[in-house]
Design a protein around this ligand. Structure first.
Ligand code: GLA
Length: 380
C-alpha cells in the first residue's frame, strides 16, 4: 500500500510525499451505543486502513485528493476551515482535524498537498471516517513538527467529528483506531476516557458480512438515539446512563416513557455485558464471549431498535452455524455490517453458504471479509 500511495502521490503532485500515516478501521466488538453514555466498550483495530501522504506547499494552499476521485479540492490554508459539501464532503474529516488542533493547544499546518488511499470499505460500519481523521491528524502533526499524546490525538479527532462534521459520536472509533494492536482488543472506559488492551484468545477468528445497506436517515437516527439516551438520563436524575445500574433502572422504570426505558435498558445492560465479556476473555471462554455478542445483537434488535431485517437475517444464520461463537451488528447500526466471532474450524465455504442464503432472501450478495486484528494508527 505504501509504495502504491507514493506512486499515486507522485503522479498527482509531481513529487514525493514527506510524511505518510496509516490508521486502521475497527470492529465494534461489544458495547453498542455505550460510549457517549459514559460506559465501557471493546473494539478491535483491523488489518485494513486509511493511508494519508502529505508534503508541504509554500503558496498557502491546501490541496486534498483521494485515490478514488479525479477532482482535487483546493482550499486556502486558514485557521478556521470552512465545511465542504458535494463531491468534496469527505474533506470535512481532515478539515475537521485542522479545526480541532487549536482547541487542543496545537497549531494548524501551513500549505500542503494531501492524498488519501484506503482498502477499508466505506459505509460498512468499520469506521473509515475515524481512520481518515487519525491518519490525517498524525500526518498534520508531523508536517508541522508537533507531537501530542495519543489520547489527545484520539480526542481531537472525536472533536472534529462532533464539532465540525456534526455527528454526536462517542470515542469508540477514534480510540480503537488510535490504540489498537494486533491480537488485542481495545477496552475503553469512555468517561475518562481511559484506554487499555485485553488479549484476544488465540482461537478467535473474525468474519465481517457487509450488507451494503445504509438507512437513508442514518445520521439523523444516530442523533435521535443519542438524544433519547440523554433524555432518559435526565429523567433518571443522572448525568449519563452509565451512572445507573440495571437494578436502579428497573426501580425507576415508571419515570420514563416506554421508548426511553427501552433505550436505557439496552445501554445499562450492554455496559454489564462489556464487563462480563472482559471476564470471559480473560478466562479464555470463547463460548461465553460469543453468547454475550449475540445477546448484544438481540438487545440492539429489540430494545435499541438500531438493527435492520438484513442484519437480523445474517445474525440468525450465523448464530445457528457450527463453529460460530456469536454474531452481532458492528457499529452504529441502521445498516452496515455484521461481525461474527468464530473458531478456526469455521470455513470459507460456510461463510459463502451464509452469503448465498442472504442473496436468496434479499437479492444481493453481501461482501464477506475475513478480517484480522491489526496495528493502530502510526506514521509510516
Ligand atoms: C458509531 C459511533 C461510535 C459509537 C457506535 C455505536 O460507530 O461513531 O461512537 O457510538 O456507533 O456503539
Amino acid at each position: 500500500m505504501k509504495e502504491k500511495l507514493i506512486a499515486a502521490f507522485r503522479a498527482r503532485y509531481g513529487r514525493a510525499p514527506t510524511v505518510i500515516a496509516q490508521a486502521p478501521g475497527r470492529l465494534e466488538f461489544i458495547g453498542n451505543h455505550t460510549d457517549y453514555n459514559g460506559g465501557t466498550v471493546l473494539g478491535a483495530s483491523i488489518d485494513r486502513s486509511v493511508w494519508v501522504a502529505v508534503a508541504p506547499r509554500t503558496d498557502g494552499q491546501w490541496q486534498f485528493a483521494s485515490a478514488t476521485q479525479e477532482a482535487t479540492a483546493i482550499l486556502a490554508a486558514a485557521s478556521a476551515p470552512v465545511k465542504q459539501s458535494g463531491a468534496h464532503r469527505w474533506v470535512n474529516y481532515p478539515l475537521g482535524v485542522i479545526a480541532a488542533l487549536p482547541a487542543f493547544g496545537l497549531r494548524a499546518p501551513g500549505g500542503f498537498d494531501f492524498l488519501a488511499m484506503t482498502d477499508l470499505p466505506s459505509g460498512a460500519g468499520l469506521s473509515s471516517s475515524a481512520a481518515l481523521e487519525l491518519a490525517a491528524a498524525l500526518a498534520f502533526l508531523a508536517l508541522s513538527g508537533q507531537d501530542a499524546p495519543r489520547a489527545t490525538v484520539v480526542q481531537l479527532c472525536r472533536w472534529a467529528e462532533n464539532h465540525f462534521v456534526g455527528v454526536p459520536c462517542g470515542i469508540l472509533d477514534q480510540g480503537v483506531s488510535g490504540f489498537g494492536r494486533p491480537d488485542q482488543l481495545v477496552f475503553i472506559d469512555c468517561r475518562g476516557p481511559g484506554f487499555a488492551t485485553v488479549p484476544l484468545p488465540a482461537a478467535a477468528r473474525f468474519w465481517v458480512f457487509n450488507t451494503h445497506t445504509k438507512h437513508a436517515l442514518v445520521d439523523g437516527l444516530y442523533a435521535a438515539r443519542h438524544r433519547e439516551c440523554l433524555d432518559a438520563a435526565k429523567a433518571l436524575g443522572v448525568p449519563l446512563l452509565a451512572d445507573v445500574t440495571p437494578a436502579q433502572l428497573e426501580a425507576a422504570r415508571d419515570r420514563l416513557p416506554p421508548v426511553e426505558y427501552r433505550r436505557a435498558k439496552h445501554v445499562v445492560e450492554e455496559i454489564a455485558r462489556v464487563d462480563a465479556t472482559v471476564v470471559a476473555l480473560r478466562a479464555g471462554d470463547l463460548a461465553a464471549v460469543g453468547r454475550l455478542l449475540t445477546a448484544s445483537h438481540r438487545s440492539s434488535q429489540v430494545l435499541f431498535e438500531n438493527s435492520t431485517p438484513e442484519l437480523d437475517f445474517l445474525v440468525d444464520q450465523l448464530a445457528a452455524a457450527p463453529h460460530v461463537c456469536g454474531a452481532r451488528l458492528t457499529g452504529g447500526g441502521f445498516g452496515g455490517a455484521v461481525m461474527a466471532m468464530t473458531l478456526p474450524e469455521f470455513s470459507a465455504a460456510q461463510a459463502t453458504a451464509v452469503a448465498l442464503a442472504y442473496e436468496k432472501r434479499f437479492g444481493r450478495r453481501p461482501e464477506v471479509l475475513r478480517t484480522h486484528t491489526g496495528d493502530g494508527a502510526a506514521l509510516q
